[in-house]
Design a binder for this molecule. Structure first.
Ligand SMILES: Nc1ncnc2c1ncn2[C@@H]1O[C@H](COP(=O)(O)OP(=O)(O)O)[C@@H](O)[C@H]1O
Ligand SMILES: O=C(OP(=O)(O)O)[C@H](O)COP(=O)(O)O
Length: 392
């Protein structure tokens, strides 16, 4: 990477602001269900501690949209990070203002501080210059190690570079190197799998995937809008009506380009969104009007396409895997990906958790901390979080 990294700067005795992606999945009691995104930053954090830096960490959890939503506090992360580092992690109840500046000023070399959720302030996602300046003022240097948000132009990973030099951490460096190498000229057949719930966020990348991939598997919440575009009834399933025309366009584009699109052959429908919902498996043409699709089953042809692929990129679970009854579609796809002999990249906070549940993580070539970020990296467009890192 032709970007400056923490190896290129002197951090001894300095206060170092680090943007990390600690947006980890949590259950309803705020227990962290997968801590891979925290563990993945340990090489950077340990290096900085060994080199006598004072570490000020900033991250987001979920999308609180400027509100102090207690369920989206970083507090559970403070405790987990402290266990992982084997030392106290201090906590500031806000990421800007007096609480943050006092905690940062008091911080000594070798100490670690985690600031409260950046997205408790709308200024973060709006990339507000004044907010970015306040974050920058907490430290002497800034590090970006948040690959999972590098497709966002937010104050903490983009705007901040106007006020302090930003260098890359070891995680972002590793992600860019691996994904860049694997996906710049992917070995074929190249199959992309896209699922999950962030439909309006991620549907746009499918257009580009159709330019690059030999086949695209569409599942999870994402599939419903496509099934509706094919004129099928989807009951009360998660669905983005305003994306219907785009889904139709994408299906037409796939046909024109000769790219195979695999949509679910059968679906598991439920009478409510709950672990104990009544459920049954039906054909995609027989979804009852007031039931919702919570899991997908794909054809044998789709499984074989995955097993024969030489490159696979996967973001987004195929169903609501958090509930055991709706985890089978994700498990089946995970098995097919694990059977393939080429390169496989699986990314995204929930996708990592889903994969871990299947016990197949060690059969995947690269588990990325970024889901949407990996997909946008594949598009080849400049990414704001990476562009903000100083050139060498
Ligand atoms: N059919 C569906 N209906 C509603 N939610 C779904 C469906 N399929 C998958 N999901 C949800 O998608 C979420 C993950 O989506 P997303 O955030 O896009 O993935 P990632 O974090 O891996 O990038 C999971 O919490 C899962 O329960
Ligand atoms: O979880 C994340 O992305 P992902 O769901 O694509 O893996 C990142 O933390 C980015 O979060 P955002 O999509 O709310 O900006």
């Amino acid at each position: 990477m032709n970007k400056k990294s923490i190896r290129d700067i002197d951090v001894n005795g300095k206060k170092v602001f680090i943007r990390v992606d600690f947006n980890v999945p949590m259950d309803e009691n705020q227990n962290i269900t997968n801590d891979k995104r925290i563990r993945a930053t340990l090489p950077t954090l340990n290096y900085l501690l060994e080199n006598n830096a004072a570490i000020i960490l900033a991250c987001h959890v979920g999308r609180p949209k400027g509100q102090r939503v207690p369920e989206l506090s970083v507090k559970p992360i403070v405790a987990r990070l402290s266990e992982l580092l084997g030392k106290e992690v201090k906590y500031a109840e806000d990421c800007v203002g007096e609480a943050a500046s006092k905690a940062a000023a008091d911080l000594k070399p070798g100490e670690v501080l985690l600031l409260e959720n950046l997205r408790y302030h709308n200024e973060e996602t709006k990339n507000d210059p004044e907010f970015a300046k306040q974050l920058a003022s907490l430290a002497d240097v800034a590090v970006d190690d948040a690959f999972g948000v590098s497709h966002r132009a937010h104050a903490s990973n983009a705007g901040i570079a106007q006020y302090v030099e930003v260098v890359g951490g070891f995680l972002i460096e590793k992600e860019i190197q691996f994904i860049g190498k694997a996906l710049s000229n992917p070995e074929r057949p190249f199959v992309a799998i896209i699922g999950g719930a962030k439909v309006s966020d991620k549907i746009g990348v499918i257009s580009n995937l159709l330019e690059k991939a030999d086949a695209v598997v569409i599942g999870g919440g994402m599939a419903n809008t496509f099934l509706a575009a094919q004129g099928k009834g989807i009951g009360s399933s998660l669905f983005e009506e305003e994306k219907l025309p785009l889904a139709k366009e994408l299906l037409a584009k796939a046909e024109e380009k000769g790219v195979k699109v695999f949509l679910p052959a059968e679906v598991v429908v439920a009478d409510k969104f709950a672990a104990d919902a009544n459920h049954k498996t039906v054909s995609v043409d027989e979804v009852p009007a007031d039931w919702m699709i919570l899991d997908n089953k794909f054809s044998k042809e789709c499984q074989e396409a995955l097993e024969n692929a030489k490159t696979i990129v996967w973001n987004g679970p195929m169903g609501v895997f958090e509930f055991d009854a709706f985890a089978h579609g994700t498990e089946d796809i995970a098995h097919a990906v694990a059977e393939s002999t080429g390169i496989s990249i699986v990314g995204g906070g929930d996708s990592i958790a889903a994969l871990k549940k299947t016990g197949l993580s060690d059969k995947i070539t690269h588990i990325s901390t970024g889901g949407g970020a990996t997909l946008e990296f594949l598009e080849g467009k400049p990414m704001p979080g990476i562009a903000a890192i100083a050139d060498k």
